[in-house]
Design a binder for this molecule. Structure first.
Ligand code: CDV
Length: 311
């Protein structure tokens, strides 16, 4: 620990499977139970997964209206999620949670919020790197229809003051993109929280199963180290109605080291006392952005989307 340490009790509350037959109320009961456990272990902030209230429904093709009626939230908190917000306020614990958002105008996003220790929403993020496809592929073993059900997030990557911690957020596939962490680090983020639903099988190529976990860990560890911040990554995992997703939820330090990792593919809480000053050495030396970054040589990053000809 550094001499100027500032600590945050940081937890990840991994969710085991949520089946099509599970109600919102049942799921919120599981979230509340894990919030209590995290609090009893010293957590001041708890990270829940992406789309944490329902099964990972983008694997199923359906009419948008049917999806909106069954899987989307019209408000956050809403009637089913209010108990989670009430318990957070009672315990004085903040949290991050992902859900499918349907706006008053009928727009739909894959969304996450940061909630403060007083139970109020501090910040919102709408997923930017949407994976998958929008067309119907009935012959695939399962589909990945995020591009059908969600619009691209319209609020950028922002950093919020979460009860004294500079916190950024992203969702699942965003964690694989270096731009995500760098844009947050350039706003002096100290912690990035994220949730994910990562199928164990790839519908695009015959990817060895172990690579799914390898590339997940590689992404979050590199993001943490290269940007001098803590990363808390929460899976929804196990077999949802026969569709398996990876676990390996982790808390990663600014050194890039995994400090805590789940063992199961069930509901499981991991918790650390995160020294927020641990990133300072990196920020002051090897990754002193102001001193060493050379944005005049990075133009292609914003000028080009896909790869093109050499300059
Ligand atoms: N929910 C996701 O964004 N899943 C992606 C899969 C499709 C690769 C992920 O990055 O884990």
């Amino acid at each position: 620990m550094t001499s100027t340490s500032r600590t945050l009790g940081l937890a990840v509350a991994q969710l085991g499977p949520i089946h099509l037959s599970d109600t919102r109320e049942k799921v919120v009961g599981r979230l509340v139970e894990m919030l209590r456990e995290a609090h009893s272990r010293g957590a001041q902030f708890v990270t829940f997964p992406e789309l944490a209230l329902t099964t990972f429904f983008p694997r199923y093709w359906m009419e948008d209206a049917q999806a909106h009626a069954r899987f989307f939230e019209k408000s956050m908190p809403g009637p089913a999620t209010q108990p989670l917000f009430d318990e957070a306020r009672r315990l004085g614990v903040g949290f991050y949670i992902g859900y499918a958002e349907l706006t008053l105008e009928g727009r739909s996003f894959n969304t996450a919020v940061i909630v403060g220790r007083d139970g109020s929403v501090i910040g919102k993020y709408r997923k930017i790197h949407l994976p998958g496809h929008a067309d119907h592929r009935p012959d695939a073993p399962f589909q990945h229809l995020e591009k059908k059900y969600f619009e691209i997030g319209d609020q950028g990557f922002r950093v919020f003051d979460a009860d004294g911690t500079r916190m950024g957020m992203c969702l699942c596939n965003d964690r694989r993109w270096p731009e995500t962490y760098r844009v947050l680090a350039l706003q002096s983020a100290e912690v990035v929280v994220l949730g994910y639903n990562t199928p164990s099988f790839n519908i695009n190529w015959n990817e060895p199963a172990h690579l799914r976990t390898h590339s997940h860990l590689l992404s979050v560890q590199a993001g943490a180290y290269q940007n001098c911040l803590w990363v808390a990554a929460a899976a929804k995992c196990g077999s949802e109605d026969g569709h398996h997703m990876i676990g390996s939820s982790v808390i990663v330090a600014p050194t890039g080291e995994i400090v805590a990792r789940t063992l199961s593919e069930e509901d499981e809480v991991i918790c650390v006392r995160a020294d927020l000053a641990l990133g300072d050495n990196f920020r002051e030396h090897i990754f002193n952005f102001a001193k060493h970054r050379r944005p005049e040589h990075y133009g292609l990053i914003v000028e080009r989307t896909g790869a093109g000809e050499p300059l």
